[in-house]
Design a protein around this ligand. Structure first.
Ligand SMILES: *[C@@H]1O[C@H](CO)[C@@H](O)[C@H](O)[C@H]1NC(C)=O
Ligand SMILES: *[C@@H]1O[C@H](CO)[C@@H](O)[C@H](O)[C@H]1NC(C)=O
Ligand SMILES: *[C@@H]1O[C@H](CO)[C@@H](O)[C@H](O)[C@H]1NC(C)=O
Ligand SMILES: *[C@@H]1O[C@H](CO)[C@@H](O)[C@H](O)[C@H]1NC(C)=O
Length: 441
């Protein structure tokens, strides 16, 4: 055992010498400090024609003078000048005419979009860059959660972090190993560097793929790097009402939402802008709990509550097990109609039965940690036989601990809750850590 020690010390020395002899711009001196927003560089793909319609999605998450990176446009944005300081700085993509004979991709701008990683890396590789995050112009990011997710991985190693589509056949057609670009994905520093270096070769080698995210995945695969799946990235390949999905989010921090133009407003009786605003207000209070689902029971009335913090509460007048409620209700419609199997997860059919159809409460605007969820309209169904009627309950409040969820420490288990009647028309749900061996039901 003793003879091992000098060897270990020597290894440490060698590593130290290697690290400290790197050129200055690469020597991220405190590369073991915890990752924060300054370590992320964003490459957002847009075009001058789309910018007016999409800029509000980016403004919802971009932090002027804090976030690093660029929006890449296809031509100078003359009609949008002067460029506001609260928007990410823009760059006009390089001329790609030299790739003309290699551009047989079905998306015309695929090569321009694929090169965003290369152009972003070349422009922003200095300083403390650790992760290069690629998104579309209609992607909404939850930056603190993204930082938390990425800090689980060593940015000095090769990592490709993102998520598939929710649509099963979309993954069949593209790849189960591909991070869908609309949900966004992150490349660690060494991977981004390798991609920037190999981009020319890669574009020439694969001239036929569908879009830039598939080109990237093929090139990343050439480096032997697999996709690390993180279920908080959401491509949102659905149409219609996604409230069923958002009310039963996988137990994982919410990182992104995409395609908000393609689905109905997230909250009933609001438009898309108001909906996004409301969700971002909840994110500002506690991003770590946003959409996280907790289930508790008011057994004296045979009621089940499923709460998705910052978004909705569902009240059932019967006892349903957690395993049932963790399956999203299929309020949404398929992206590719008639495809089978439809989704990457088990969905529950939307039922009009008085026991299966929940009473729904959605986040109401208001400041502070105690969030209120209001019934938008009475359900219009008789009560569930064998349970007490919840017709009188018009508001449900959620109290949550002031400490944010620590995903690294106790992220494996959802929070528990207790529910109490506080008024004739109001319930209160109190989130807390679950006890050892505590059963929800
Ligand atoms: C992020 O951490 C670095 C140290 O690695 C520090 O210099 C920088 O100020 C931090 N940025 C923010 C926004 O906290
Ligand atoms: C960003 O920083 C610059 C220089 O410090 C300042 O002039 C500008 O007002 C800031 N922009 C925003 C949107 O805060
Ligand atoms: C709850 O359900 C049980 C079992 O079905 C039943 O015996 C009981 O009366 C119900 N309680 C209420 C308040 O309806
Ligand atoms: C609902 O409220 C009314 C009047 O406030 C009351 O008479 C009734 O008992 C309540 N029903 C339930 C099921 O609590």
């Amino acid at each position: 055992m003793e003879s091992m020690l000098p060897k270990v010390i020597c290894l440490v020395c060698a590593t130290y010498i290697l690290v400290s002899s790197q050129p200055k711009w690469r020597r991220r001196s405190d590369s073991r400090s915890s990752t924060n927003v300054s370590h992320l560089v964003f490459g957002i793909t847009s075009s001058s024609n789309r910018w007016r319609d999409k800029r509000d999605y980016i403004q919802a998450w971009w932090r002027p003078n804090v976030s690093r990176g660029f929006v890449f446009l296809d031509r100078p944005p003359t009609e949008h000048l002067p460029w506001p300081a609260m928007h990410p700085p823009y760059r006009v993509s390089d001329d790609n005419s030299r790739y003309k004979e290699y551009n047989r991709h079905r998306i015309p701008s695929a090569i321009r979009m694929a090169r965003v990683i290369e152009e972003t890396f070349k422009a922003e590789r200095g300083g403390e860059a650790r992760w290069f995050v690629m998104t579309d112009d209609d992607t909404v990011l939850f930056v603190d959660n993204l930082v938390g997710v990425l800090s689980k991985y060593d940015h000095n190693k090769y990592f490709y972090v993102g998520m598939n589509s929710e649509c099963f056949v979309c993954n069949v057609v593209h790849s189960f190993g591909m991070a869908f670009g609309g949900g966004g994905y992150a490349l660690s520093y060494p991977l981004a560097k390798a991609m920037a270096k190999n981009m020319d070769l890669c574009l020439k080698r694969y001239p036929f793929l569908y879009g830039s995210d598939l080109i990237l995945q093929f090139c990343i695969a050439d480096l032997g790097v697999p996709l690390t799946h993180e279920p908080g990235f959401h491509q949102i390949d659905f149409t219609g009402d996604i409230s069923g999905l958002l009310s039963a989010h996988p137990h994982s921090p919410l990182v992104s939402l995409h395609h908000l133009d393609a689905v109905e407003p997230l909250f009933p009786s609001t438009n898309r802008a108001e909906s996004l605003n409301l969700l971002m207000q909840a994110a500002a209070v506690d991003e770590s709990r946003l959409l996280q689902q907790s289930i508790c029971y008011l057994k004296k009335y045979n009621w089940t509550l499923s709460a998705a913090w910052g978004y909705s509460v569902e009240l059932y007048e019967t006892i349903l097990p957690p395993s049932h409620l963790y399956r999203p209700r299929e309020t949404f419609a398929q992206w590719m109609k008639g495809a089978s199997p439809p989704y990457m997860f088990n969905a529950r059919p939307v039922s009009a039965g008085p026991c299966d159809a929940p009473r729904q409460y959605f986040l109401a605007p208001g400041p502070g940690r105690v969030t209120a969820y209001r019934r938008t309209s009475p359900r219009g169904l008789p009560g569930c036989p064998g349970g007490r009627s919840a017709d009188n309950v018009t508001v449900i409040r959620i109290l949550s601990p002031s400490k944010r969820l620590d995903w690294q420490q106790d992220g494996g288990r959802r929070e528990c809750c207790d529910v109490d009647e506080v008024d004739e028309d109001a319930l209160q749900v109190k989130l807390r850590d679950c006890g050892a061996r505590e059963l929800l039901l």
